[in-house]
Design a protein around this ligand. Structure first.
Ligand SMILES: C[S@@+](CC[C@H](N)C(=O)[O-])C[C@H]1O[C@@H](n2cnc3c(N)ncnc32)[C@H](O)[C@@H]1O
Length: 239
């Protein structure tokens, strides 16, 4: 799959790939990131601590790891977890802990470019490793803006490319060589992880994504790089 594919072809490809790896997604996530992904999700969720008891929409929710962290950090919070790949949501729903969180997470199958939720309804919108997969990024950002209440916050956790001259070549080698080989063996779908590497390489520069967030209507737009800039949290507020 090349990054310049027409939007509908990309959408079909992405849905099929996530469906094919859904059963092994969590295991591979922890293995390939050495569990640093937990820290990244924790940091992202902490940024919503001033909205501890409102509804949050977690877009591209996948197997629900961020929805779990969002409901773990705030006991009154409810999360609408939207993803267009039913198999990912089903895999996540199977692993929900037997505590009150299973009654505060509401998985819904739907497209991030046409979010099945009312306008001005959520205090927070989170997207972890999902924006890169959208076919029409600006449409998705406009939808995230629409569903947020005024003064609600958008948090996008996404891979970025480290610029440190020592880290950069090591990371590039890991991403393009080591990761597809290991993940391909475990998941049985090497192509899915080649797509992961190429989609990270082809994704917008941080300044481009920040500009698109402004274009979609967000204010106070900032970026918080984590772990040598391997990932970033992009923050925006609906005025
Ligand atoms: C890399 S996974 C991330 C899952 C989860 N947020 C996490 O932190 O592990 C990306 C998810 O985005 C979903 N996705 C991609 N494009 C989408 C779209 N247009 N609408 C809804 N979900 C989408 C995929 O189905 C997949 O579950």
């Amino acid at each position: 799959m090349n990054a310049m594919q027409p939007p509908d072809a990309k959408k079909k490809f992405v849905k099929e790939k996530f469906s094919s790896i859904s059963g092994r997604y969590d295991l591979l996530n922890s293995l390939l990131s050495l569990q640093i992904d937990r820290y990244w999700r924790w940091r992202t969720t902490r940024l919503l601590r001033s909205f501890a008891d409102g509804w949050v929409l977690d877009l591209c929710a996948g197997t629900l790891p961020l929805a779990l962290e969002l409901t773990r950090q705030a006991r009154e919070r409810r999360v609408l977890a939207v993803d267009f790949c039913e198999d990912m949501l089903r895999a996540g729903a199977k692993t929900l802990p037997a505590d009150d969180r299973q009654h505060r997470i509401f998985p819904v199958c739907g497209d991030g470019e046409l979010i099945p939720a009312p306008s001005n309804a959520f205090w927070g919108c989170t997207v972890a490793f999902g924006v890169r997969n959208l076919s029409r990024t600006l449409e998705g950002l406009r939808e995230m803006h629409r569903i947020l209440r005024p003064s609600g916050k958008l948090l996008i956790l996404e891979f970025s490319r480290p610029t440190n001259p020592i880290i950069k070549p090591v990371y590039t080698f890991y991403l393009h060589r080591v990761l597809p080989a290991i993940a391909g063996m475990i998941s049985g779908d090497k192509e899915a992880y080649q797509y992961l590497a190429s989609s990270i390489a082809a994704f917008y520069e941080p300044e481009e994504l920040l500009a698109m967030m402004r274009e979609a209507g967000f204010a106070s737009v900032t970026r918080l790089p984590l772990t040598f800039g391997i990932v970033s949290i992009y923050i925006g507020v609906k005025q």
